[in-house]
Design a protein around this ligand. Structure first.
Ligand code: UDP
Length: 252
């Protein structure tokens, strides 16, 4: 079970919650109405491999109120370990779904991060699709420590209910963990490149590639500079097979 009582799977020691997109949206809505601060993370193979050697990041993932199974690798690994997850919940799908929920329930959303202008463009596009959506603010900002205080003040003044942070992992997740207490926001979620997709700056892999676990290949083709960080993927596959052999996978 995770801190909010949801069934979870451990993949190489990292908790991933067995949640569908619909359930995640409902759970996050409850977190907003509860008004206590919560962090949501979107776990993929790169997260899991990073957590093997980065203690601070591992703590962030462990303490998250909700750990979404973002990468296809999570579903693959969970199946291999005999504890299948029901659905993949990507940040790119969760952001519009959460905004639809926010528009319906009158929650205010804030977009922090991504390159200059991208957050605003993503917000504009979402607002066109969801006229009832209240955008509390958009700001590229920076994940640098010296900028934290000013950014936190800015967000506090905007009074959002949902904060989307797009600084890329692990920076965005560490940033949220460090600042959650002073943000006065009920839910903050690291969303990686989701704002780039929503703003139309980066193309998302076609659905058939996503469904066949080939999103990594598409991203490698359109963003070849990612090759180094993507080496985490084959390392992840080998580590999962090794875990299966030693039978360390457990449901918590
Ligand atoms: N980014 C940022 N500031 C930084 C580093 C990254 O705003 O100092 C943004 C970047 O513009 C992009 C997002 O963080 O919108 C992360 O993108 P990436 O594709 O690395 O994320 P992933 O989806 O792989 O986690």
């Amino acid at each position: 079970m995770n801190p909010t009582g949801m069934a979870s799977v451990r993949i190489l020691g990292v908790r991933v919650d067995d949640v569908t997109l619909e359930e995640a949206v409902e759970r996050i809505s409850e977190m907003v109405s509860g008004r206590m601060p919560h962090q949501v993370v979107t776990v993929n193979a790169e997260f899991v491999m990073r957590a093997q050697h980065d203690d601070a990041f591992r703590v962030v993932l462990e303490e998250a109120s909700l750990a979404l199974p973002d990468g296809h690798g999570m579903l693959w690994a969970a199946r291999r370990l005999g504890r299948p997850l029901r659905e993949r919940v990507t940040g790119a799908d969760a952001v519009p779904a959460l905004c639809a929920m926010a528009a319906e329930r009158g929650y205010r959303v804030y977009f922090l991060g991504a390159a200059e202008g991208v957050a605003q463009e993503a917000a504009d596009r979402l607002k066109t699709r969801l006229p009832g959506l209240t955008i509390a603010g958009c700001y590229a900002g920076s994940p640098a420590r010296e900028d934290e205080q000013v950014i936190c003040e800015r967000i506090r003044e905007a009074r959002p209910d949902l904060l989307f942070v797009a600084y890329g992992a692990p920076a965005q997740d560490l940033w949220i963990h460090r600042n959650l207490a002073c943000l006065a926001v009920p839910v903050a979620i690291g969303v990686g490149g989701s704002l780039d997709f929503i703003a139309g700056r980066v193309r998302r892999a076609p659905r058939w590639m996503r469904n066949h676990g080939l999103e990594w290949l598409f991203r490698l083709i359109i963003q070849p500079w990612r090759w180094r960080r993507m080496l985490a993927l084959p390392r992840f596959v080998l580590a999962v097979y090794a875990e299966r052999l030693t039978n360390w996978g457990t449901v918590i």
